[in-house]
Design a protein around this ligand. Structure first.
Ligand code: NAP
Length: 385
């Protein structure tokens, strides 16, 4: 019996994780489930799984959660610190599926208890990757990547022999606007941006996929997780989203991981690791699929790719600034305050005007994150004015 906690249990990744956990009640027991404020979904999941604890980050939602779970035996709590406390309960296996840098402290709290911590939540790795990997080494925690690309690389790469690796190749669907002109992209609405052609995901990552910032964040994430520098990590457009990423070895062998575009596949890999578990997905029908296509990404239309690669190669504070400004700009776009192309423009502007020294502590990362958010927020106001 493996004990499991899910941070961000009401989101897209959290729901997929719950689906797998609930299929095997003899194998997994739920300790803690957390959300921001989706009380209905959180309480329903806690009831179904008999979770020990349910937590909302937004304290104003705690009374509703208390009502919804009264008499069930599930304890409730609220507030940002309560999310960290839930993460620190020490489940054998913790899924980090909060969206954005809000997941940074909870992820670290889980890591500090040891055990296995599964990283779907990519933004903390982008902003504070060195701190996260160092904490895992100090506390003996095992980090597993759930992001489909990194999970694919994890399955294909031998980290003990990095010199044998020539390149990591991350695949990208190209998002919903891969064939659109810049003129068309200037008029994109939030509804169009969240309608991803291949994957069903939360709003923020869907917009990131549409700008291709998601692939840029993944490039940084890959350089944090694997012993391969950003210069040797390439991005290729692969519209079918069947190959989730590849590792190219010096002898000319290239290993790829293929699978359906459903997050339950990489999550199941992490949930059962180092074993395997069955999922409800039908096996790939290669004959029906017929072909796999690849093309180079267009850095001109997808400026976020260049910004992210530059930040990855420069290191220091650049990834944290990139991520913070992007979170602010995406939220402003989803709220209808700025246009689609202004997302990358605001990130670019924030990076150009703010160049602090490399952070060495968590507090320094959080201070840079806060200042970058403030500056990006000012740019959003300029756009609105
Ligand atoms: N979706 C995918 O297929 C996918 C694939 C790879 C990686 N990822 C990464 O996984 C993470 C989650 O993505 P998602 O698509 O599952 O997001 P999502 O559907 O928006 O879900 C986000 C989750 O985080 C919770 N949350 C939001 N703000 C919070 C806060 N301030 N404090 C605590 N919890 C908070 C939400 O609670 P409420 O429901 O109460 O708001 C929800 O449970 C992201 O970092 C994303 O980049 C996602």
């Amino acid at each position: 019996m493996r004990t499991v906690s899910i941070l961000g249990a009401t989101g897209s990744v959290g729901t997929s994780t719950l689906d797998l956990v609930e299929r095997e009640p003899d194998r997994f027991r739920v300790v803690a489930l957390t959300a921001n404020c989706d009380v209905e979904r959180l309480a329903a999941a806690a009831r179904r799984t008999g979770a020990e604890l349910a937590v909302v980050a937004d304290e104003s939602c705690l009374p509703a959660l208390r009502d919804a779970l009264s008499g069930t035996g599930t304890a409730v709590a609220g507030g940002a610190q309560a999310i960290c406390d839930a993460a620190a309960l020490g489940a054998d296996w913790t899924m980090g599926a909060i969206v954005g840098c809000a997941g940074l402290r909870p992820t670290l709290a889980a890591i500090e208890r040891g055990g296995t911590v599964v990283l779907a939540n990519k933004e903390p790795l982008v902003s504070a990757g060195d701190i996260i990997t160092a904490a895992a080494a100090t506390h003996g925690a095992t980090l597993l990547p759930a992001d489909s690309e990194h999970n694919a690389v994890f399955q294909c790469l031998d980290p003990t022999r990095p010199d044998n690796v020539r390149r990591i190749i991350l695949t990208a669907s190209g998002g919903p606007f891969r064939d659109w002109t810049l003129e068309q992209m200037a008029a994109v609405t939030p509804a169009q941006a969240v309608a991803h052609p291949n994957w069903s995901m939360g709003a923020k990552i869907s917009v990131d996929s549409a700008t291709m910032m998601n692939k840029g964040l993944e490039l940084i994430e890959a350089a944090r997780l694997f012993p391969v520098p950003p210069e040797r990590i390439e991005i290729v457009i692969h519209r079918q989203s069947v190959i989730h990423s590849m590792v190219d070895y010096v002898d000319g062998s290239m290993l790829a991981q293929l699978g359906p575009s459903d997050m339950r596949v990489p999550i199941a890999h992490c949930l059962a690791w180092p074993e395997r578990m069955a999922t409800p997905m039908a096996p790939l029908d290669l004959v029906k699929l017929g072909r796999l296509d690849f093309e180079a990404p267009d850095a001109l239309r997808f400026h976020a790719l260049t910004l992210a690669r530059d930040a990855a190669e420069a290191g220091g504070a650049r990834p944290a600034i990139l991520n913070a400004a992007n979170e602010v700009a995406v939220a402003a776009f989803l709220a209808g305050a700025i246009g689609f192309l202004e997302i990358a423009a605001i990130v670019d502007d924030t990076l150009q005007r703010y160049d602090p020294a490399a952070p060495e502590t968590l507090d320094a990362v959080l201070a840079i994150d806060a200042e970058a958010r403030r500056r990006a927020g000012e740019r959003v106001k300029d756009c609105v004015a």
